[in-house]
Design a protein. Structure first.
Ligand SMILES: *Cc1c(COP(=O)(O)O)cnc(C)c1O
Length: 384
């Protein structure tokens, strides 16, 4: 009965506003639940307006968007794709869908994202081995912009196209520009725990008009222009439904408010948990970066505290509070045990020391206090 447990504080549950139902109503009243439809077009327009991207294709998931995005960059069998190790598995799985293989790279300690120094090392080493990387995926984990200036310069120097996994970073910015618009292709997710949700959904953005057409074609079973069903290419059933896009339209109206609240939650925790031994907050915004602070993360340094993240997580559970370890690096996953990895100490440490605290925008200050009190209880108990 956990999902109906209203006393439980969840990590990042969906938070609907007032207008989602209007868009759904309209679609049903107009008998326009499929195919495509005005909500879908409107949702894509909303995303273009917010991000400044020229084109947007709404899809069934962020994973689908990464899959089509890599295909647009020409990734295919035998290719190698550079990818941060510290991310959710959905960043890397589509590399394998395409018959290519991932090459993993460590994080840097400031933003926790792809380390530019390790990136250069990896590119030079792969080229030396005769495997020129076909593409580079960058991720803005927990909404935190990666070191874009450095990374974009390296990608340009080696002429490697960039896919930007901004699944967690809708509403974050770098030099004032929305994340998702720095790569040749950008990807967003509207999964249930993201800053905005359509229950499940994703989007691909690009400034390339041909790629926009191609992505739509692949996402709807790659139908050749003929009156009958004819296919010359492999396609997918990846298009978002007009109903779910209606939820997305309602959610997009709330984006700036949601970013504001997530940032407030991060600051609130920081203020109220300040000074607990061994506990620190992260990641840190790089110069020019502004994070949506999707999830508030803490680190427990073993040199300064006996409390482990897992002990803290279990303690919060006894208070009916959900928390979660940081992403387990992909180079440590059994699935990717054989993949090349450059560096590894930084993201491994983050995984061993980190925990995500509940950060849903519907949380009240009373909820926040419940979490903070439970964290303090653990910290104090173990120091006495
Ligand atoms: C959520 C997420 C995805 C995948 O998005 P889905 O919509 O769940 O398929 C990809 N990358 C990252 C970093 C994510 O957090």
């Amino acid at each position: 009965m956990r999902s109906q447990d209203h006393d439980r504080i969840y990590l990042s549950p969906p938070h609907l506003g007032r207008h989602e139902l209007n868009y759904l109503h309209k679609a049903i009243e107009d008998n326009w639940v499929a195919p495509a439809g005005p909500n879908l077009t409107g949702f894509e327009r909303d995303i273009c307006e917010f991000t400044g991207a020229a084109h947007c294709v709404a899809l069934t998931s962020g994973t689908a968007a990464i899959h089509l995005g890599l295909k647009l960059l020409g990734v295919g069998p035998g290719d190698e794709v550079l990818c941060p190790s510290f991310t959710f598995v959905a960043t890397a799985n589509p590399i394998v869908y395409l018959g290519a293989s991932p090459v993993f790279i460590d994080s840097e300690a400031e933003t926790w994202n792809l380390c530019p120094v390790r990136l250069r090392e990896a590119i030079e080493d792969r080229i030396r081995r005769g495997q020129r990387p076909k593409a580079l995926i960058i991720v803005h984990l927990y909404g935190m912009p990666c070191k874009l200036r450095e990374i974009l310069a390296i990608a340009a120097e080696f002429d490697i196209p960039l896919l930007e996994d901004a699944a967690e970073a809708l509403g974050s910015r770098y030099d004032g520009q929305p994340l998702g618009t720095f790569g040749a292709v950008g990807v967003f997710s509207f999964n249930g725990n993201k800053i905005l949700t359509t229950s499940g959904g994703g989007a691909l953005v690009t400034n390339n008009a041909d790629w926009d057409k191609k992505a739509r074609f692949w996402a709807t079973q790659a139908k050749d222009p003929a009156p009958y069903y004819q296919h010359s290419e492999i396609g997918y059933n990846y298009r978002l439904s007009n109903l779910l896009a209606g939820i997305g339209r309602g959610q997009m109206e709330l984006l700036e408010d949601r970013v504001k609240r997530r940032r407030e939650i991060y600051n609130w925790y920081q203020e109220h948990l300040n000074g607990l031994p061994g506990l620190s907050f992260g990641p840190t915004e790089p110069a020019g970066g502004r994070s949506n602070r999707w999830l508030t993360c803490v680190l427990l340094r073993p040199s300064e505290t006996a409390v482990t993240p897992e002990q803290l997580r279990l303690h919060l559970e006894t208070h009916n509070i959900e928390s979660r370890p940081l992403w387990k690096p992909l180079h440590l996953q059994p699935l990717f045990a054989a993949a090349p990895m450059y560096g590894g100490a930084v993201c491994t440490n983050l995984f061993e020391q980190g925990l995500c605290l509940p950060s849903g925008t519907a949380m009240t200050d009373t909820d926040l206090k419940r979490v903070a009190d439970a964290v303090k209880e653990m910290a104090t108990a173990s120091y006495n």
